[in-house]
Design a protein around this ligand. Structure first.
Ligand code: URA
Length: 408
């Protein structure tokens, strides 16, 4: 078998066999297939898609590239949650503490940022000392003791996804339905949870730009979950507008804490919705009863305390969060009402400030980002601050407001 022939076959829209997929992907993991060859294959997959049979085979190859976690020693129903990635999406940091406070076990396997979207592991690393890489024993012990843990992929859990994910990030090959489905579902299945909740983001700031694509992704992920006997629930949520007010790593942790302490708005609403569905599915109770439990732990500060317990357990110092002091306020030049805020452009701006990666080796500046001072439907007057940039240095950045805010 020959990698160039495999790339050419995919380029010609022909179906790859299991053996060909194994040759290419396992070959990449063991170094026989080079970055540039895998990049070409990923691009051909991105452009020409994959058949169901190819996608199911790829999931299986990803899973078998490493270990499968056995969580059977942990009593209770285990529900894992994953988002396909969005701008300002810090939901995991909110729902993990809420759902686990309701008595549902949340063993959460998370990733780093992909493209212009942020990743939970990067956000948690903005907390000094936070241990993002737990061993299997540490992960299981923590989940047993406090009901919630977040770990990056251990080096032996879907190692193939780990290397492909990093390459996709820097080769413009993130927004492919079969590649996203294989990446997420392989990790979730290898992660060992009984039930899987996927938050599919849809809109200009997400990988799925249209409802049609979001529904296709939902369909294939649910079928993969069925195949492995793991109930998979997908929620499709809007990503045309950033989620909440803060974008950037430390800033997002701060906003997640604010919601756990009672801040209202769309971020809290979506967190309640997702938590309710997870609790309802895990405990097999009505949505109404699940919502009562969710509101109880949120409003009584139980979930906030769980967040603090979780950070402490993973050795993080919650008082260490740093936000840059180099601030630039972007003021409105119009009177009117905010009609929309362009999530994609805000995500790209945040990345260019240093909150995300442009190449595989880039390091992240946890202290930079953006705070949206005006949200959709807010009234605005000339001179009001629309959003604030938290920058690496004090150099002025030229901003065309119309690229970010639509005010009428
Ligand atoms: N999250 C993942 O883990 N993989 C993807 O491909 C997209 C989002």
């Amino acid at each position: 078998m020959n990698i160039v022939e495999i790339i050419t076959k995919k380029k010609s829209k022909l179906e790859l066999t299991r053996e060909e997929l194994e040759f290419a992907f396992n070959g990449y993991l063991n170094g026989n297939v080079k970055d540039y060859q895998m990049s070409a294959l990923l691009m051909a997959i991105c452009l020409n898609g994959m058949t169901d049979s190819e996608t199911f085979n790829l999931v299986d190859i990803f899973i078998k590239s490493g270990d499968v976690l056995d969580l059977s020693s942990i009593p209770g129903v285990k529900v894992d949650k994953h988002s396909t990635g969005g701008i300002g999406d810090k939901i995991t940091l909110i729902i993990g503490p809420i759902v686990s406070s309701c008595g549902v076990i949340v063993p959460k396997m998370s990733g780093r940022g992909l493209g212009f979207t942020g990743g939970t592991i990067d956000k948690l690393e903005s907390i000094k000392g936070f241990k993002v890489q737990l061993t299997e024993e540490e992960f299981i012990r923590q989940v047993k003791e406090i009901g919630f843990a977040v770990t990056g992929q251990t080096s032996n859990l879907c190692p193939l996804d780990k290397v492909i994910y990093a390459l996709r990030d820097v080769t413009g090959t993130t927004d492919s339905i079969p590649l996203i489905a294989a990446s997420i579902m392989s990790k979730k299945i290898a992660g060992g949870a009984d039930k899987i909740f996927i938050d599919i983001k849809c809109g200009n700031g997400a990988m799925m730009k249209t409802m049609e694509d979001a529904l296709k992704l939902k369909d294939i992920m649910v079928r993969i979950g069925d195949f492995y006997n793991r109930k998979t629930i997908c929620e499709i949520s809007d990503m045309n507008v950033p989620l909440g007010s803060n974008i950037g790593n430390s800033l997002e942790v701060i906003e997640a804490m604010d919601v756990l302490k009672g801040k209202t708005g769309s971020l809290r609403d979506l967190s309640i919705k997702i938590s309710t569905e997870m609790v309802s599915v895990a405990k097999e109770i009505s949505m109404e009863d699940a919502k009562k439990e969710v509101l109880n732990v949120l409003d009584k500060g139980i979930a906030y305390n769980k967040f603090l317990e979780f950070v402490k357990y993973q050795k993080g110092d919650i008082n260490s969060l740093e936000v840059s002091k180099n601030i630039q306020e972007i003021k409105s030049d119009k009177n009117g009402k905010v009609i929309t805020i362009n999530a994609l452009n805000i995500g790209k701006l945040s990345c260019s400030l240093g909150a995300g990666r442009v190449s595989k080796e880039d390091s992240i500046d946890y202290s930079v980002g953006i705070v949206l001072n005006k949200l959709v439907d807010d009234e605005v007057k000339v001179g009001d601050t629309l959003f604030t940039l938290y920058k690496k240095d004090n150099n002025n950045i030229d901003i065309n407001i119309n690229d970010y805010y639509d005010i009428k």
